[in-house]
Design a protein around this ligand. Sequence first.
Ligand code: AHR
Length: 669
Amino acid sequence: MTHKSSLLLSLGLSTALSLAANNVFTVQTDKPGAPIQPTMYGLFFEDINYAADGGLYAEMIKNRSFEFPQNFAAWVTYGDVKLQNDGPFERNPHYVRLASAGHNDKHTGLENEGFFGVTYKKGENYRFSVWARSPQGKAAKIRVELENPASMKNSQVDAKKEITIDSKEWKKYEVTLTPDKDCSKGKLRIFLVKPDTTPVDLEHISLFPEKTWQGHKNGLRVDLAQKLADLKPGIFRFPGGCIVEGTDLDTRYQWKNTVGPVENRPVNENRWHYTFPHRFYPDYYQSGGLGFYEYFLLSEEIGAEPLPVLSVGLVCQFQNHEESAHVPVNELQPYIQDALDLIEFANGGTDTKWGALRAEMGHAAPFNLKFIAIGNEQWGPEYPEHLEPFVKAIRKAYPDIKIVGSSGPDSEGEQFDYLWPEMKKLGADLVDEHFYRPEKWFLAQGNRYDNYDRKGPKVFAGEYACHGKGKKWNHFNTALLEAAFMTGLERNADIVHMATYAPLFAHVEGWQWRPDMIWFDNSESFPTSSYYVQQLYSLNKGTNVLPTNLNGKPAAGNEDQNGLFASAVVDKNTGEYIVKVANTSSTVQPFEIKLAGLKKKETINSLTVTTLSSADPDAENSLENPGLIMPLTKEIDPASLGAKVKNAYTYNASLEPNTFYVFKFKKAE
Ligand code: AHR
C-alpha cells in the first residue's frame, strides 16, 4: 500500500525551527497510560448499498430461488416456464418447471440479469449449480450459457455447458463455465435442449466465481474481503444497523433464518429497498446466503472479535412510530431465547443443539464470542424497558459475555442524555454511540471523551462518518476531519474501547447512503481516503496511550491550537513511539515533537513519517483512479532529531496544510 523512499524531511525546516515554540507537542514517554484495546479499531458491516447480496457475498444470481414476492424478479422467461411451489426446501418452496414450448422453432428457458449485470472475466472459472429433477424420470438436457446481450445483433455466447438431468428425485448438479471473453453486463441463460419432450424442474440456480475468499464454496468476493483483512480490524459488528430492526417485525433480521443449508434460508425484504429521497430498489432482498455462520467465520479469518447485533423487539423507530409495531415487553421471550441460542451457536459444545449445527456447518471449535449488542439505534423509555429482560437473562446464563447497549441515533441531546444513565443503570458493558455529523461538529469534538465518566460503561463509537455539509459524499476533507477527531478516541482509550466507521461498502450502481468506506462495481473496488484513515489508526494503534499536551493542553484542535489535533501511543511490542497529528488548517504549521522522559540509555534509531493528503479537499479515489489519494511513507534521517537533552529528543516538523501525519520513532534495541 505505501511506498517507501529514503530522504530527509526537509520541508521548511528552518522556518519550522523559528516558529516551533508555537506548537510544542510533548509526549511523556515514561508514563504509559491505558492499554489500547485489541478491539479498538474495527468494522461495521450492514447490508446497505448492496454490501451483501450483490457485493461481498459472491453469488452472481439474483432471486436464485424464485422467492422474491414477484417470483420472476430478475428473471426473463420464454416458452413454457411455470412456477411451482412444492419444492424440496421447506422455507423456499418455489421452483420452475420447464416444458416443451410446443413448436419446433421455439425454445423454453430463462435468463437472469444478476446484480446490475452478470459480470465475468475471460479465462476465469465460474461454478454453476442447480437443484433439478426430471419429474417423469426420463433423462433430459438443459444448456447453461453465459451470454453478452450487448454484442452485435444477436447475443453472443461466451461460455456454455450441457447438463443431463437424469434423476426423478431432486439432486444438485454442478458444472464449471469458463468464458472466452470479458463481459460486464452479461446474463445467465438456461434452456431445455431439443428435442425437449421431457420437462425438467429447476430450483436454487446459483453461479459463483471459483476464486472466493479462502476458497469457501458459499464464499465471498476476494477483493472485498481482502480489503477488510488489510485493515487488521479488532472488532466486526454485524449485520446492521437498521436492518436488525426491520421496517416491521416480520422483516427484522432473524439469525436463525441465515444458518443451515443455504438452499433453505428464506429471503427477507431489505429495509434499505427504499430510502427517501435518494433511491428506490423494489427488489432489494436478502438471500441470507451471507448469514451468521459466514459472519463468524469471516471475523475469525480477518482476526476480529465478532459483535453480533440482535433485535430488542423494537422495529426501526424512524419508519414506525406506532407503539403497536413493537413487541410488548411481556412477549419478549422468543427474542431473548434468540439471543441465548446465538451464544450457544457461537460458543456451545457440539453436544448442544446450536453448537451441533455450527459443527455440522463446518466449525466444530467454538467461535469464542465475547460481545453481543441488543438493539441498534433505539430510543425512548421503551428501549431500556425492552433491554432489561435481555440483560438479566444473558447475565444469568452467560456472565462473561459483554453486553453492548445503545445511546440512540443522536450524538447528543435529549435522547442521548436520557439513554446513557439508563445504560449505566442496566449495567451495559459498552454503549454504542452513533454520529453522522458535519465538518463543524468533527472540528469541535476533539475533546469529546476527555471528561466522560470513567466509572460507567465503556464507549463504542459504533457508527460515525463526517457528512460534509452540502457535500454528503466521500471526499478527502471529511476523511481528514475523521482523522483529527480520532485523536480524541485514541487519547481516551481508557474509556473508548471500540470504534467503527460506517457504512462499510457501497455499489457504485446501487447505493442508498453516502459516504462509505469502500466502493465497488461487479469486478473492481477501491478504498476511499476514509478507509486509509481507518487503516492508519488500526495499523499504528500501539499498546498504550501516552500522556501528551500541546502547549500545555490536550491537542484537540481548539481555536488556540491552530486546528491541530494530535495524540501519541507507545507500542511495547515493536519499541515504537507513534505520534498522529492532523493539521486541519489551511496553513503550514510548525510542530515540535518533544519525546520527554526517556530512559538514560534510550536512543531512537529510525524515524518514518506517513502522510495522507490531497491538494484538492474535494478529491476522492474512484474506479477510474483508485490510487489518487494514498498514504505515503518516507524515512527520515534520525540525525535530524539532534542530541538528547535532559532525557528528551526534539523533532521539528513542518506540517503541510490539510494533512494527516503518522510519525514513528523506533527505539534502538
Ligand atoms: O449506516 C446506515 C444506518 O445509519 C444504520 O443502519 C443505522 O444504524 C444508522 O442510522
